[in-house]
Design a protein around this ligand. Structure first.
Ligand SMILES: C[S@@+](CC[C@H](N)C(=O)[O-])C[C@H]1O[C@@H](n2cnc3c(N)ncnc32)[C@H](O)[C@@H]1O
Length: 271
């Protein structure tokens, strides 16, 4: 009898994404501290728009027994992954305070909260100004009085050309690839690949695990649209620089930025 070859388990792209890209424990502290700094009060409810596997929502529920988190995403796949891998990590009490909805962030009737987080540049999916405005207006109308919208953003000259960036992790390399940049439309396509070292020592390439087709928004554009939607004030949190010239992960409120090849920042709108 001919034995059939064992079928390898499917590649767990969310596991590698979690290790390479996400820092939800750091993100929730930044969100809480930013609210405290601007509002001089305590937040309770957070909405994680474009939540994917809703790692931030889970960390938020862990941060305080008073905190509730709502996650919104229209894709069933990451939500069900989060249900199986992230929600199950929580205590019963924390898990009960995480509510996930498979829905479009542009839909009416989303939960009203103190903080809305749009992270990992997910809102860059909206290419038309009108659609970004519709999103920010929806966020504004679903924030409690004094609530904040926190949207991350990135840019710099390095993001205006084709490039591939390699980051080494234990057992694998994370590859962030930018495929061109259109100066007329400000659009660019990005791919995430993982090169994983197997037990045999062989490196297996898992290409195109995630693909994003985005418009590269500027900070100024995002701030102007927030103000048009009724936000009272907008702020920018800019990352400090470590000794080796890379970002140090510490974001502070600034009035102006500085020239660097690639930067990450947060734009915050206050209702
Ligand atoms: C870049 S991923 C980020 C996921 C998650 N925030 C994270 O950091 O892992 C973007 C997510 O936005 C979701 N998405 C895209 N357009 C959306 C929309 N209009 N409404 C809700 N979710 C959307 C996608 O399904 C995807 O899960």
């Amino acid at each position: 009898m001919k034995l059939s070859k064992p079928v390898p388990p499917p590649f767990d792209k969310y596991h590698f994404y979690r290790r390479a890209v996400q820092s939800p424990d750091v993100d929730v502290r930044f969100l809480r501290d930013t609210y405290r700094e601007l509002r001089k009060s305590e937040p309770n409810d957070l909405r994680e728009d474009f939540c994917g596997t809703f790692a931030i929502s889970c960390e938020w529920a862990k941060l305080s027994p008073k905190y509730r988190a709502f996650g919104i995403d229209l894709d069933h796949e990451p939500i069900s992954y989060g249900m199986a891998h992230n929600l199950t990590e929580l205590s019963k009490s924390a898990a009960e305070r995480v509510i996930i909805r498979e829905e479009n962030v542009l839909s009416p009737g989303l939960p009203k909260v103190d903080i809305i987080a749009a992270m990992n540049f997910s809102h860059y999916i909206f290419k038309a100004r009108e659609t970004m405005k519709q999103y920010f207006a929806n966020a504004y109308s679903t924030l409690n009085d004094g609530g904040i919208l926190v949207a991350d953003c990135f840019g710099g000259p390095a993001c205006q050309k084709q490039n591939k960036d390699f980051t080494e992790h234990r057992g694998f390399t994370y590859v962030w690839e930018q495929v061109g940049y259109d100066p007329v439309t400000s659009e660019a396509v990005f791919h995430i690949h993982f090169n994983v070292k197997e037990k045999s020592g062989k490196v297996r390439r898992h290409k195109h695990q995630f693909t994003y087709d985005w418009r590269m928004w500027t900070i100024l554009e995002l701030r102007e649209i927030m103000l048009e939607c009724g936000f009272k004030k907008t702020h920018v949190y800019w990352e400090g620089t470590s000794r080796n010239g890379d970002g140090d992960g510490v974001f502070t409120r600034v009035q102006s930025g500085e020239v660097c090849e690639a930067w990450v920042a947060y734009v915050v709108g206050e209702r």
